[in-house]
Design a protein around this ligand. Structure first.
Ligand SMILES: [Fe+2]
Ligand SMILES: [Fe+2]
Length: 370
């Protein structure tokens, strides 16, 4: 008697079939796989990744509620070395492209490449070219330390900039500036890159925004009234979480001081590859998911507002990964929505962070993996 295949086996077989063709980045086949994944989620009674949730309008200050999406930390290698991370970024692009209605824009949160190689950044740009909504880019340390940003800037432009959208002032920072640890040691560009990529090797400087960008930020914000909501994108968390793993920004206190006069500030960051929520005074912080791998939580000093994801299934390479979106309310504060690919969605609402965790506590994401 033939053993009936379970849904996971069928799903993995469908994926394998398509992934065999993926070396040529066959997008049509890839879309077919994503549909299979969505079907598997539905079969397990979990929420589909992108059912539309309207944003409640709590107060009218002239700011129209809107949504943007994010994709982050894809850590691409050249396809002949590793195509799994490439497939996973394509899955995220497909996921975000299925949003209905489409987000106003998509923020890429940094670490597009693994070792800053031109081929890694170029394939990343090629895949991200399929994003339907306008794309905003941010840099991570893995993109930067081979050539100190030369290739990244050639492909994507400025590493720090600001823009205004529907009454909110947005700032994108390069928060992975390191003091020169390489010249005195005579490191080659690749040795420098590998040192930075090894987050916990204690052989590099901590990340910082740096004096030059802090001066730029202060000048950029000088004409923005305190009542204007500000949303900042940084790759590293703009607070001091755990220095031994470089989950840390050395001059976070100075950057926070620049942001303190605003009524409502949100910082959305990459780098930590996990659900992470913090609040320091007027500043609400949310970490983004990675499309490549989930990091474990730091062994000490976790922000009290963080709803920890349980350990990922070691037999499922995509567990704990995903993309997400952010619903911006009229006061500029946000609901941070984690679209975990193989688990139910987690929403960390504005009510949860403004009440310091007393209201609207998110469910612990402990459902079985799909
Ligand atoms: Fe990363
Ligand atoms: Fe990073």
């Amino acid at each position: 008697m033939t053993k009936r295949k379970d849904v996971e086996t069928k799903y993995m077989e469908a994926r394998d079939e398509v992934y065999r063709a993926l070396r040529s980045l066959n997008r049509r086949d890839f879309l077919r796989v994503s549909a299979a994944a969505a079907g598997a989620v539905a079969a397990n009674g979990l929420l589909p990744p992108h059912s539309f949730t309207p944003v409640s309008v709590a107060s009218a200050q002239g700011i129209e509620p809107f949504r943007f999406a994010y994709i982050s930390d894809s850590h691409l290698y050249a396809p002949e070395i590793n195509d799994r991370f490439i497939r996973q970024l394509m899955r995220a692009v497909d996921d975000v492209n299925r949003m209905d209605p489409q987000p106003d824009f998509v923020l890429y949160g940094g670490d597009l490449a693994q070792l800053g190689q031109p081929a890694e950044l170029e394939i990343g740009k090629q895949i991200l070219a399929d994003v339907r909504a306008p794309l905003k880019m941010m840099v991570g340390e893995h993109d930067w330390y081979l050539d100190l940003g030369a290739k990244w800037r050639e492909l994507f432009g400025e590493d720090k900039y600001s823009f205004d959208h529907k009454g909110v002032h947005f700032v994108v920072l390069n928060s992975v500036v390191e003091a020169d640890f390489w010249t005195a040691r005579g490191l080659t560009p690749m040795e420098r890159m590998r040192t930075v990529a090894g987050l916990d090797n204690q052989r590099q400087s901590p990340f910082s925004v740096g004096e030059e960008q802090r001066t730029w930020l202060a000048a950029n914000l000088a004409s923005v009234p305190p009542s204007t909501p500000v949303i900042v994108f940084s790759h590293s968390p703009l607070y001091k979480l755990y220095r031994p793993w470089n989950f840390w920004t050395e001059d976070a206190d100075e950057v926070q001081a620049i942001l303190r006069r605003f009524r409502n500030v949100t910082v959305i960051h990459g780098h930590t590859h996990q659900l992470l929520t913090n609040r320091i005074g007027n500043i609400h912080f949310h970490g983004m998911l990675s499309t490549a791998w989930p990091w474990p939580y730091a062994p000490e000093g976790m922000p009290a507002l963080t709803i920890q994801m349980n350990r990922q299934n070691p037999f499922d390479a995509a567990d704990g990964l995903g993309d997400g979106r952010v619903a911006v309310h009229p006061d500029g504060l946000v609901d941070k929505i984690y679209d975990l690919w193989n688990r139910s969605r987690i929403t960390v609402s504005r009510e949860y962070t403004t009440s310091n965790g007393r209201a609207d506590r998110p469910a612990v994401p402990n459902l079985p993996t799909y």
